[in-house]
Design a protein around this ligand. Structure first.
Ligand SMILES: [Zn+2]
Length: 329
């Protein structure tokens, strides 16, 4: 078997804070004199939200984010990730940083430093919170993201509960982002079905979809995604733990690939879901039966779908071809 560590990968669906190591979480809790918050014990998005709500308030200082970015980038390198595109919503941390701009400056600078140290190219996805941001605030989020375009923000995402919060009201923010050279990378087709995916591609002009797996419920939509070459940033363990799929064996990733849809493989929130990016690839091999050809194709999509500079992209794609051409031992 070929080592999946050695397969060059892009990691395109990772929420920065939930890429935290358990050891850092324990340290943050100890500093605040509270027990380490639980990271498990949920089966759906509501319970997941409660778990996250116990974790995020433990961030207190700029240095916390510097350590977080350092460790997230080092972990990516250890997974054989060559291109990392974490998402970040800085607004809960304005008291720490003083402004969203200052928060972005901190994580971007640290990502560049750590990336240079570990051989990982780091770019960023800004995010709109579909529950907490009004459409007007979303436009401000997009404007801030565009101001950091040349520094390394490459996309605009849309997070939080899809149910009751469809993509369409955020059209102005995403139009501004796309007009100014950012990728449109909303969450859709995870908690809500094909209608959310249609809204994301038709109205928000999605270049990629975070998740998108429930597109499988609508064969005509699957055809559209295959034709457009839209990349789905798929997170199998996340889908299992939030009951988006009843079992890994029933995960639609193999069917989506068979239908010609481009898919990348990702960890989403490894602190709470468990597996890191490499382990998700290993799960896809062991549990979903993906062949090395299919795993290499997912890795290609993870490079093509991201916004890596041309030289990084070419090197990664050549590395994927070389991986597949190497003998399987
Ligand atoms: Zn996500």
């Amino acid at each position: 078997m070929r080592s999946l560590h050695d397969l060059p990968k892009g990691h395109l669906h990772l929420h920065l804070e939930l890429g935290m190591r358990p050891s850092m979480l324990a340290g943050l809790a100890a500093r605040s004199g509270v027990p380490t918050p639980r990271t498990t014990g949920f089966t759906e998005f509501g319970g997941f939200g409660e778990v996250i709500g116990g974790i995020l308030p433990l961030f207190r200082e700029r240095a916390d984010f510097e350590r977080l970015v350092d460790e997230v980038v080092e972990d990516a390198a250890n997974d054989g990730v060559v291109y990392l595109e974490p998402s970040f919503w800085p607004y809960p941390y304005l008291e720490i940083f003083g402004s969203a701009e200052a928060a972005w400056e901190t994580v971007i600078a640290r990502g560049e430093e750590a990336g240079a140290r570990h051989g990982v190219t780091v770019r960023w996805m800004a995010a709109v919170d579909r529950v907490l941001d009004t459409p007007e605030q979303a436009v401000d989020v997009a404007k801030t993201a565009v101001r950091f375009r040349d520094a390394g923000v490459v996309g605009l995402g849309l997070h939080n509960d899809e149910n009751g919060y469809p993509p369409e009201p955020f059209v102005d923010a995403f139009r501004y982002a796309k007009d100014n050279g950012l990728l449109s990378t909303p969450h859709a087709g995870e908690l809500d079905g094909p209608a959310s995916v249609r809204g994301a591609i038709d109205v928000l002009g999605a270049d990629r979809l975070q998740h998108g797996v429930r597109s499988i419920e609508d064969p005509a939509l699957v055809e559209v995604l295959a034709e457009r070459g839209t990349v789905l940033d798929v997170c199998p363990t996340s889908n299992l733990q939030l009951s988006v799929v009843p079992s890994l064996a029933e995960h639609p990733l193999p069917a989506l690939l068979a239908a010609g849809v481009r898919c990348s493989i990702n960890a989403d929130d490894p602190l709470v879901f468990g597996p890191n990016c490499l382990q998700e690839y290993e799960l896809c091999r062991a549990e979903l039966g993906l062949t090395d050809e299919q795993l290499a194709e997912c890795a290609r999509s993870s490079i093509i779908g991201g916004a890596a500079p041309a030289d990084v992209r070419e090197r990664a794609l050549a590395g994927i071809d070389a991986w597949l051409a190497s003998p399987a031992s």
